[in-house]
Design a binder for this molecule. Sequence first.
Ligand code: TXA
Ligand code: MG
Length: 346
Amino acid sequence: MAANDAAITAAVQLLRAAQVVGVPTETVYGLAAKGLCAPAVDGIFAAKGRPADNPLILHVADKDQALELWKDVPPLAEKLMDAFWPGPFTVVLPAGDIVPANVRAGLPTVAVRCPAHPWMRKLIAACGFPLAAPSANTSGKPSPTTAQAVLDDMDGRIALVVDGGASRMGVESTVVAVQDDGVRLLRPGGVTYEQLCKIAGSVVLDDGVLQPLPADARPASPGMKYRHYAPQAQVTLYDGPPQAVQATICRDYDAGQGNTVILARGRPARYAPRRCYDAGADAGEYARRIFGLLRRADDDGYARILAEVPPCEGMGLAVRNRMLRAAGFRVVHANEIGNDKGEKQL
Ligand code: TXA
Ligand code: MG
């Protein structure tokens, strides 16, 4: 249903009645429910097929509403909220007693974000309570950045999707934990590492951001341990100097059995006549297109995706984090033209 006042009224009614509703945000679409109501939140886990040990983010209208959900909020956390809210930024702090255990997946902390999308803001304000909302994909699949992508996964399982247009950022929010010893980046997203450092001084990058976690690890962000964002197609990333990457991708494409598509960082014509999607010339554009292209590769019936990835600066860190997971950490390190150090399945 197109976002308008009538859609918001319908969504509020469903949410008050403990139903699950698809909602637009500036990052990706969410699957929302009444955030402090445990049975309503159970509905999200059921619709997504989400493991019960992966906690949810509570979405609030403003900082005051967030402060009611935590205990012990350090001044640095407030400074970060003042800098990045409303926006693609999520803060993890010790949870107050009013937060149900299923929202937190039993952890002593809760993640809270104040989104910027105008219709999502209207919806939270009209509800008067926080909304628990994970990304609106079936668990493990690429996140949805359009209302249609939500319907592709959730049709028949939820009562309504509010269509607020294509998501502006394309990847999920930045998640940080703020502790006595500073800021830990758990998931890179719309607020970059560099922007965080400007406010916080220094920021620790959590181990799970760019590396696979050992099977027995207890990750700071439980979502990091799951295979994620993955299309049906097998994804391989190519890293190294641009010319070497291009030559190695061409070599592997030509050696393949067909059914392969290349994900290029701009100028797809340089791969002609091979089949190629354009992920955009800069990392911000790649972020906006990434999940739509992973879904499209499945719709187009490709079995393999050979992908260029941007460097780790700016939005590049978030793109790399998502693509590494989509690829199950399969990376080819290209060094010389047409050469590589071998495929590394980490
Ligand atoms: O942009 C976003 O954040 C989107 C939109 C809908 O707001 N939401 C989203 O939610 O991406 P979800 O559930 O797909 O991802 C939340 C991530 C997961 O990796 C989860 O493990 C982590 O945040 N998380 C949630 N609560 C946490 C907590 N208490 N401690 C550590 N990590 C937490
Ligand atoms: Mg998600």
